[in-house]
Design a protein around this ligand. Sequence first.
Ligand code: AMP
Length: 444
Amino acid sequence: MTFATLGLIEPLLRALETLGYQTPTPVQAQAIPAVLAGRDLMAAAQTGTGKTAGFAVPLLQLLTLEGPKVAANSARALILCPTRELAEQVHASVAEYAQNLPLTTYAVYGGVSINPQMMKLRKGVDILVATPGRLIDLFRQNALKLNQLQTLVLDEADRMLDLGFSEELANIYRMLPKKRQTLLFSATFSDEIRLLAGQMLNDPLTIEVSPRNVAANTVKQWVVPVDKKRKAELFVHLMRKGRWKQVLVFAKTRNGVDALVDKLQGLGINADGIHGDKPQATRQRALDRFKSSDVQILVATDVAARGLDIEDLPLVVNFDLPIVAEDYIHRIGRTGRAGNTGEAISLVCADEVNMLSAIEMLTRQTLTRHMEQDFEPEHRVPDTDASGQVVKKPKKPKKPKSSGGGGKRNLGKWVDSGEVTPAEPSIKPVRKVPVFNTGPRKKK
Ligand code: AMP
């Protein structure tokens, strides 16, 4: 199969050739004809398998061949993304695909001045890429009208539809014309989100090019059990032992990111961090410097988990496991992209056993464990498997107490790591979802 057989017009074929795209990826092969036919879509495909072109390329064709010229302060297609960095990246890809077309594209997001964005929107843009908060601001300040909108795309759709964005999304939905094409793309869709998505779409086509919720099979994954307090030390040890060159590291909290970056920099390691508390310009600069290999270690919160395309990134390290199991798939999907191989290592302490179990259940695999010599944890990480079981080893018989404190402390440690039993509710590998009042949909 070629892009030409999918019915793409010559300027798009030329752009794809310039970019070195020879054959459509599976998600592109299915999505392109469906989008061209005007269908609503829910498309699930593994990380790094070309989803952006899967929606952007046919969208550009539709906008070229159909619909009126864009009016002032209007957009004809809207692509919503969960993070500013992803909005910037998607916009860059759209601009590349549109290089031979008479269409305009632009990205708007928060954390930077709104005035230049308002100026830019005056003439209208064909494709607007946006994060939800800034889009709403622009709309409320009358810098943007959405009555001309033909197509709405939710990139990382499950993230866009979960609770974190529910209010903003509900507001945006009220601003949109009822008659439109809606496209949802993500690597993961929980059952709740599927249900919700089903209500939002008009006679949707579901595209699923890989088994549900699996990480890209080009990523080799393993786990190193370790005590929480020794994670930083283990990271530095593994980094030196493995001569790691470029690593994206995920930590759970903003403080965790800062603490690890400080520690690494204190050791003379070329590290930087990104999280939501940093100014946007600093965030983008750190990411750009990491992409161009000027920074060796980038430590990030889940703000960097979704969609970012870092060419040939060899390694992702989960310094902490994510609280939501789906985020594990997205995090490790920053490596092993576009058919390349990659590696994902998770440093797991006893406290995180429930998260490990939820990840294994969601991805239907038991992650291989490697014990690192001299870092064997005092607090054992209980065994887990893909069934969601956390296996508690039988307790060793208690030694008779010689003094009041010692025995108790030992037991305390053991119980600490084994505290999580199958009877305890494990972390659900899904987020809660909002209910949208999308109103009655008119027939297209
Ligand atoms: P995405 O999943 O959209 O972020 O794409 C992942 C990577 O694959 C990006 O670097 C794209 O430029 C690249 N890519 C997308 N589609 C193709 C294709 N058909 N052939 C070769 N590379 C592609």
